[in-house]
Ligand binder design. Structure first.
Ligand code: DAT
Ligand code: MG
Length: 137
C-alpha cells in the first residue's frame, strides 16, 4: 500500500475549505492514516519541506505564505495514491490546472506579484513522500 503526505495550506484553512478537501479524499476512498492541525509552522520546517526551492528568487514569499496561519497535515494511503492525489490537486499554477481539480475549483488566481496560493500540497514521488512523512511526523 502506498502512502503520501498532504497539506491543506493556510489559504485553504483560512477560507474554510478543510471540509471540501477532506470530502474529496473520503469520496475517492483514500484511507486517512494521520490528520493533524498545526497552528504555527516554523520557517525551518518549511525550508526543509521545500528544500529544492529554497534557493529560488520566488521562494521567500512562499515561506511567508506557508507560515502565515494554521495548516492541516496528513498521510493518506491507497494503491497509487501519490499520482492520484497529484491528479486530484491539479497543476501547480491554478490557471493551468484542469477542470474538476481542487486547484481549479478552489484556488484564487494569483494577483500581480502575489505568490501562488493553491490550497493543497501533495508529495510528488515515492522518495518525496517518504522524506516528507519522516520530516513532518
Ligand atoms: P507543487 O506544489 O505543485 O508540487 P512545487 O513543489 O514546484 O509545486 O512548488 C511548491 C509551491 O511553490 C507551489 O505550490 C507554489 C509555489 N511555486 C512553485 N513554483 C513557483 C513559481 N515559479 N513562482 C511562484 N511560486 C511558485
Ligand atoms: Mg511539490
Amino acid at each position: 500500500m502506498e502512502q503520501t503526505f498532504f497539506i491543506i495550506k493556510p489559504d485553504g484553512v483560512k477560507r474554510g475549505l478543510v471540509g471540501e478537501v477532506l470530502k474529496r479524499i473520503e469520496q475517492r476512498g483514500f484511507t486517512i492514516e494521520k490528520l493533524e492541525l498545526r497552528t504555527q509552522l516554523s520557517e525551518e520546517l518549511i525550508d526543509q519541506h521545500y528544500q529544492d526551492l529554497v534557493g529560488q528568487s520566488f521562494y521567500p514569499p512562499i515561506r511567508e505564505f506557508m507560515t502565515s496561519g494554521p495548516v492541516l497535515v496528513g498521510i493518506i494511503s491507497d494503491p497509487e495514491v501519490i499520482e492520484t492525489w497529484r491528479t486530484m490537486m491539479g497543476a501547480t499554477d491554478p490557471e493551468e490546472a484542469l477542470p474538476g481539480t481542487i486547484r481549479v475549483d478552489f484556488a484564487k488566481a494569483a494577483g500581480e506579484n502575489e505568490t501562488i496560493q493553491n490550497v493543497v500540497h501533495g508529495s510528488d514521488s515515492e522518495e518525496s513522500a517518504k522524506r516528507e512523512i519522516a520530516l513532518w511526523f
